[in-house]
Each structure stands twice: as structure tokens, then as C-alpha cells.
Design a protein around this ligand. Structure first.
Ligand SMILES: Nc1ncnc2c1ncn2[C@@H]1O[C@H](COP(=O)(O)OP(=O)(O)OP(=O)(O)O)[C@@H](O)[C@H]1O
Ligand code: SF4
Ligand SMILES: [Mg+2]
Length: 336
């Protein structure tokens, strides 16, 4: 069974610092997770919690020169990528791990045909004749269900709808059969119906290929539909993670509970994201203790001074959370 397979990507204690006007910050501060082939991990959390910098760190594409990965480990398909050469990273990006961003507008070049852009992505990883590359590009477009791909390769991005453009971005990302796909809010620019089709497409491709997906989203509906596991990020750290079902039915961390309670109902303006009292702390002025303490109804004195350890659920399902409240429960301190 897939669930027993070894993780295809294993991230341990990842730390990424950024030099900002306010001083150096740890935008990613000790983040650990792993994803197995054929599985999807959702990363959720308020704006600015470090989701995108985490994703970019996995590709070693953090914003230069301000940002730098300062410690940790990323094992991708058995290989430590934090110490890999830049030349090796160019093979790995697209070849083993790819990314789809929110806005197809910024991912596609308006002056080249979509065929040439898919071909270019494949040619980085595959040595083949121009005709073979064209055939592979048509195959890649077929896989993301672009109708009549033989004709569409001649089109320019502006001749396609937003949903179709995002499919082309998918074809570029998946053109060389990577093992891990990172999707950073890939459907936020799409309307609801096109979004649903796109999510189904990703799921179908995952079933066909055993792709592991890391799905970054603000939308718990998308998490419920797409993900097996969820990691909840707050102020640069993962505060809770575990199987989707457990996180939804039995969230352990007050922040996760607040996030779930703040999800707008369908009648409300869906553009409104989370509405939790107060603001996340500034990265350059982190509380010494629990970072959620200033907003937490359950806070106790030591929450102010000591960061809580990670506790693991007694259910043996790898459901973990960092909260002092769990100290006096059946949850046990985790080795992670
Ligand atoms: N290029 C940059 N220069 C300076 N600071 C940055 C840069 N990119 C991100 N940051 C900071 O790093 C922190 C994490 O940002 P990140 O983009 O990862 O958040 P996010 O969780 O993806 O948010 P969103 O949901 O809005 O996309 C934020 O405080 C952000 O201001
Ligand atoms: S550690 Fe304390 S402040 Fe932090 S979430 Fe738990 S109870 Fe709240
Ligand atoms: Mg982001």
C-alpha cells in the first residue's frame, strides 16, 4: 500500500533567514514534514506565516540575495539537496521537484507560443530531437487535458483562458515527470468551477503517476478535497500536523481551532480569509515563549516564557502539536 512507502521528500528542522529592513528574520524556523509518493500534504496558515518561503526553500530558490537557507535537511528521493551543487539543482528542479504558482500570467512568457515553452522545460531534462520534443510537449498538454494539443502548441498565452493557461503551467511543471509537485495557491486566480476542474485534474494525475503533492492554500475546503496530511504554520513554525481527518475532527492546537472556527461560511464573502482576534507577531520581535500566546484564550504563565515542545497523539497516527495544554494530557513529547 502507498501509505507504507518511504517518504519521497523528508524535510527536517529547515531554517531560512531573510535580511529585511527591520533586521534578519527566520521566515522558516525549524520546519519538519515528510510526504510519501501518491500523497498530498496541505500547508495552511495566515498570510506571512512562511508557507511560500518554505516552498521556495525546497527548490533552493529563496529570494536572493536577502534570503538564505541556514540549516536543516531536505532529503528528496534519497538525496540531500541542501548540499547539492547548483548544476545538480538545475537537474533536480523540474526533473524531480516542480512548482506551480498562483498566477499563470507570471509563469508564462507572453511572447512565446505555449508549445515552445513546454518544449523548453522538457529540453532542460531530456536530450531528444526537435520532433521528439514536440511530441513530448503534445503528450504533456494531453496529460493536463488541453483539448486539441497539436493545434494549441501554436497558440500564445493570451489566446487561452485563465484555466487553460494554468493547465499549460501544469504541463510545464509535470513535463519531465517529477516525483514531487509543489502547488502554491494554484487555483486562487481561477473561478470556482474552473478551480474544481483543476483540482480534479491534479488528483487524476496523482492517481496515474504516484506524484507527491505539497499543496499550499488558505482554503480548508481545498484541504478537505485534496490532502491526506495537513501542516499548520504559524509565524515560521509548524504548530500542528497530522492526518486531515484528525485535524478537522479533533484539532489540538488553539491556533488550528481558531483557524477552523474562522472559516467563512459559503454565504459569506469567500474572499475573507481567517478572522482571528489580533495579529501574528512580527518576525523581528518574536515572543520568547509560544508565538500564539498574545492571541490565545488558553494561555497560561509559562506560555509567555517557554516555547512548547511537540507532543504526539496517543492514537499513533502521527498527529502532533506544539502547545503546553497537551502537557497534562495523554499526549507524549515527540522526538521530532
Ligand atoms: N523577498 C522578501 N524579502 C523580505 N521579506 C520577505 C520576502 N519574502 C517573504 N518575506 C517575509 O517572509 C515571511 C514569510 O513570507 P511568505 O511569503 O512565506 O508567507 P506566506 O505564508 O506564503 O503568506 P501568503 O499566504 O500571504 O502567501 C513574511 O514575513 C514575509 O514578509
Ligand atoms: S502553548 Fe499556551 S499560548 Fe500557546 S497555544 Fe498552547 S495554550 Fe495557547
Ligand atoms: Mg505565499
Amino acid at each position: 500500500m502507498m501509505a507504507q512507502e518511504a517518504p519521497i521528500i523528508e524535510v527536517r528542522e529547515l531554517e531560512t533567514r531573510i535580511d529585511t529592513k527591520m533586521g534578519p528574520i527566520k521566515a522558516v524556523d525549524g520546519v519538519s514534514f515528510s510526504v510519501r509518493p501518491g500523497q498530498t500534504l496541505g500547508i495552511v496558515g495566515e498570510s506571512g506565516s512562511g508557507k511560500s518561503i518554505t516552498a521556495l526553500s525546497l527548490l533552493r530558490l529563496v529570494p536572493k540575495p536577502a534570503a538564505k537557507i541556514t540549516s536543516g535537511s531536505i532529503i528528496l528521493d534519497g538525496e540531500e539537496i541542501l548540499t547539492a551543487s547548483e548544476a545538480r539543482m538545475r537537474e533536480i528542479r523540474g526533473g524531480k521537484i516542480s512548482m506551480i504558482l498562483q498566477d499563470p500570467q507570471t509563469s508564462l512568457n507572453p511572447v512565446f507560443t505555449i508549445g515552445s515553452q513546454v518544449i523548453e522545460a522538457i529540453a532542460t531534462h531530456v536530450k531528444a530531437s526537435p520532433l521528439e520534443l514536440l511530441e513530448r510537449a503534445i503528450e504533456a498538454l494531453k496529460r493536463v487535458r488541453v483539448a486539441d494539443p497539436k493545434r494549441r502548441v501554436e497558440d500564445y498565452p493570451h489566446q487561452m483562458s485563465g484555466g487553460m493557461k494554468q493547465r499549460v503551467v501544469g504541463a510545464i511543471a509535470l513535463g519531465s515527470n517529477p516525483k514531487v509537485l509543489i502547488a502554491d495557491e494554484p487555483t486562487t486566480a481561477l473561478d470556482v468551477t474552473i478551480q474544481a476542474q483543476y483540482l480534479k485534474l491534479l488528483k487524476d494525475i496523482q492517481t496515474e503517476t504516484g506524484l507527491a503533492i505539497i499543496f499550499i492554500t488558505h482554503d480548508f475546503g481545498v484541504v478537505a478535497r485534496m490532502c491526506d496530511q495537513v501542516a499548520v504554520m504559524y509565524a515560521g513554525r509548524v504548530v500542528e500536523q497530522g492526518p486531515v481527518r484528525q485535524i478537522f475532527s479533533d484539532p489540538a492546537h488553539p491556533y488550528t481551532k481558531a483557524l477552523l472556527n474562522s472559516v467563512p461560511s459559503v454565504e459569506e464573502d469567500v474572499k475573507r480569509l481567517y478572522s482571528i482576534r489580533g495579529q501574528p507577531p512580527a518576525f523581528w520581535d518574536m515572543p520568547a515563549g509560544c508565538r500564539f500566546e498574545p492571541r490565545c484564550d488558553k494561555a497560561m504563565p509559562k506560555c509567555k516564557t517557554e516555547y512548547p515542545p511537540i507532543y504526539e497523539s496517543p492514537d499513533g497516527d502521527h498527529h502532533c502539536a506544539s502547545c503546553w495544554e497537551l502537557e497534562s494530557t495523554e499526549w507524549t513529547q515527540s522526538r521530532y
